[in-house]
Design a protein around this ligand. Structure first.
Ligand SMILES: *[C@@H]1O[C@H](CO)[C@@H](O)[C@H](O)[C@H]1NC(C)=O
Ligand SMILES: *[C@@H]1O[C@H](CO)[C@@H](O)[C@H](O)[C@H]1NC(C)=O
Ligand SMILES: *[C@@H]1O[C@H](CO)[C@@H](O)[C@H](O)[C@H]1NC(C)=O
Ligand SMILES: *[C@@H]1O[C@H](CO)[C@@H](O)[C@H](O)[C@H]1NC(C)=O
Ligand SMILES: *[C@@H]1O[C@H](CO)[C@@H](O)[C@H](O)[C@H]1NC(C)=O
Length: 468
């Protein structure tokens, strides 16, 4: 295996890197981190054709007739990861495509709810685009300009839209997964949607300093905490996937995914920082961290390598799908942010990010070019035979996360953030979709497929809970 120590002139070296068949990563060496990240980002973007003739800015290949497709939300997440990449490395090569995508997909109502994605539109889907807009605001990413609302305003518009989705009629509150009742999964109240809205509210509170967002975040946390989505057993916090409003949310789907822990962690860390370190937010941050460390950094693999344990290992219930293959990206990023917003957590988090980053780089040895990333980071350099946008994004996110410093902590309006605030953005948009437009029939059924996978996994592998 050839060892590379590259300079920081990133883009021109990408071609050179294609002749080697491994990424060499030493997290303590900034140049090594930058060149590994550049290579992985480049390969991730080979999946993106939205900026080519005939492409739609912001979309990854789809709709999902086969496995080589990606739902709308994952593209939003990918553009967010590229904003983080720019901050971690200083490489701005992708900024123009990111800006174009985030602007284009804002939709007719300028709240990341484009009409031709209505069949996919979950609260969580909207949230991942809102997170990318928040990433942009918190990084002072160049605004799109013209008549396009600021990044912060776009995120505020998502928040204002979602406020109307609070559903007091069932389960004492919370939000349903799907925005529209015509979508499969409308009956579910799931963690990534409610926890996503919680995170968005908490980040808006911290960025703007406006207490109304914090009150909302508190209300959402309180609802989730009393729902079966959050359960403490033997001192471990379990964050489960979803509960069903059709039966009054009396039970819960026993799946634990890294991004569900991540979104609660990020929200709680922002609330901790917004409240200047007030309890109970510090305790909540620690409790979420402890649960995440226990489940997603198994002792079996040394205790520091992040693992999506429900779908990665041989013998787990099948394979991670394209959504699940990206989940570790979000936990990686949100752990890194937590380490700066809640400084007392840094000593616990940093060794785990570093070990995971080095392990992830060793997974990037596959495919035709010998550097496609798999997802089984614990496999000690043996490629697991999988590749895709999610695998690239996860490796990129965890490698970048090792470069987090207080200097690039998310900005707020009081610490240099300049994105313009419009707390009323989108307040005139109502959520009555069936009246406004009918569901589209082309393309795939995003919601349905995730749901189907959950159900299939739950039928096939009902015993997963037992192994915990
Ligand atoms: C599309 O974006 C990529 C970066 O991901 C860039 O290399 C490429 O030149 C762009 N293509 C067009 C047609 O602008
Ligand atoms: C969705 O709508 C936008 C704006 O009307 C359009 O440009 C785009 O091609 C449509 N289709 C897809 C798949 O995004
Ligand atoms: C939800 O219902 C409870 C009790 O019925 C009520 O106190 C609360 O104000 C309602 N919340 C909203 C947002 O409507
Ligand atoms: C809030 O975050 C900043 C980093 O942006 C950090 O310097 C500060 O110590 C944090 N506040 C508290 C109370 O930990
Ligand atoms: C704070 O946020 C609320 C809710 O979005 C909004 O109504 C209010 O105008 C905001 N206040 C300020 C000072 O921006």
């Amino acid at each position: 295996m050839m060892k590379l120590r590259l300079s920081s002139a990133l883009t021109p070296l990408v071609g050179l890197l294609s002749i080697v068949h491994a990424l060499d990563l030493t997290v303590a060496n900034v140049d090594s981190v930058k060149s590994a990240a550049a290579t992985i980002a480049y390969d991730m973007m080979t999946y993106y054709h939205g900026n080519e003739t005939g492409g739609t800015p912001g979309l990854l290949p789809g709709p999902c007739a086969d496995v080589a497709c990606y739902y709308w939300w994952e593209a939003g997440a990918m553009f967010g990861s590229l904003i983080n990449y720019w901050e971690y490395t200083g490489d701005d090569s992708y900024n123009p495509v990111v800006k174009e995508a985030l602007a284009f997909q804002r939709g007719e109502d300028e709240n990341y709810n484009p009409r031709n994605q209505s069949k996919n539109m979950g609260v969580d889907d909207q949230d991942f685009w809102a997170f990318a807009a928040m990433d942009a605001a918190e990084a002072n990413f160049p605004e799109a300009g013209g008549d396009i609302p600021s990044w912060l305003t776009l995120a505020q518009a998502v928040f204002n839209f979602q406020k109307q989705l609070w559903d007091n009629a069932t389960c004492g509150g919370g939000m349903r997964w799907q925005v529209y009742s015509f979508n499969p999964g409308y009956e579910l109240k799931n963690t990534i949607s409610n926890g996503g809205n919680f995170q968005l509210a908490a980040r808006l509170a911290r960025y703007t300093g406006n207490q109304s967002y914090a009150d909302w975040a508190e209300q959402m946390w309180n609802w989730m905490e009393q729902s079966p989505l959050l359960q403490v057993q033997d001192n471990i916090l379990y964050v489960w996937d979803n509960t069903n409003a059709d039966n009054g949310c009396v039970d819960v789907e026993h799946f634990a995914w890294s991004y569900n822990y991540g979104t609660l962690l990020m929200g709680a860390a922002n609330m901790y920082n917004f409240t200047n370190g007030a309890e109970p937010w510090g305790q909540r941050v620690q409790q979420i961290l402890d649960g995440a460390f226990f489940l997603f950094f198994p002792q079996e693999y040394g205790g520091n390598i992040m693992t999506e344990f429900q779908c990665e290992p041989i013998g787990a219930n099948g394979n991670c799908n394209n959504d699940q293959s990206s989940f570790k990206a979000y936990l990686s990023r949100w752990l890194a942010v937590t380490s700066v917003l809640v400084p007392s957590t840094a000593a616990q988090i940093i060794p785990k990010l570093q070990a995971s980053a080095e392990a992830a780089a060793k997974q990037c040895v596959g495919g035709d070019n010998g550097k496609q990333c798999g997802r089984r980071w614990y496999a000690n350099g043996v490629w697991d035979g999988t590749k895709g946008v999610g695998q690239q994004m996860q490796a990129l996110a965890v490698i970048g996360a090792t470069q987090m410093t207080p200097n690039i902590a998310p900005k707020s309006a009081t610490t240099g953030g300049t994105s313009e605030s419009d707390p009323d953005a989108g307040n005139d948009i109502d959520t009555a979709p069936e009246i406004k437009f009918a569901p589209l029939t082309t393309g795939d059924k995003a919601g349905a497929s995730i749901l189907t996978i959950l159900i299939v996994i739950s039928v096939v592998g009902g015993g997963i809970w037992i192994i915990l």
